[in-house]
Design a protein around this ligand. Sequence first.
Ligand SMILES: Nc1nc2c(ncn2[C@@H]2O[C@H](COP(=O)(O)OP(=O)(O)OP(=O)(O)O)[C@@H](O)[C@H]2O)c(=O)[nH]1
Ligand SMILES: [Mg+2]
Length: 180
Amino acid sequence: MACSKFEYTKSFEVDDALLPGVYIVVRIDGRGFTKFTSDHGYVKPNDIRGLSLMNHCAAAIMSDWGDIVMAFGESDEYSFVLPRNCNVYGRRSAKIATNIVSSFAANFVFHWSRYFGDTALRSPPAFDARCVCYPTLRSVVDYFKWRQVDTHINTLQNESFWSLVNLGGWGRCGKVLVHE
Ligand SMILES: Nc1nc2c(ncn2[C@@H]2O[C@H](COP(=O)(O)OP(=O)(O)OP(=O)(O)O)[C@@H](O)[C@H]2O)c(=O)[nH]1
Ligand SMILES: [Mg+2]
């Protein structure tokens, strides 16, 4: 790097290395997927094409990054676990999160047609990402229990609701359900 008088600006960057010796969970979530799924004609409540594409992206990330030990996805989100002794990118939070999420989004676009065939991609999908540290295996397990309960409740709610709508039509559903 050239030594210039402007190099001092590098000192404004903050160190965001995550604590050593703790598990790192990276969770990504689709941005505005309520609109994205609607714009692309996703089946309600669960579109197997969309879910399979998400799984494909997660599998690609896992084979690319040797150190991810587990991943779990629901709806428009996916969580990845890095082990306690992981030292990738010096455990820098932004570096880890941005690499995983940009790779996920790129895979999503790259493999879109494999799952959606002739359905054109009408807008570029985007995802946010965060790294969260968990100190014990117990807390990691509880994290996934939390996501699992969320999946369970959403699935129960959405499957029941859309079955009523699809079977009975709008006219036969109560107003409270229709506007839920
Ligand atoms: N129809 C359909 N919608 C889905 C499917 N998977 C996810 N979604 C939708 O994706 C959205 C995910 O929820 P959120 O992440 O809370 O909402 P969001 O619009 O992405 O908002 P932000 O994450 O805050 O940007 C919900 O509206 C879901 O209904 C699917 O298989 N089919
Ligand atoms: Mg979302």
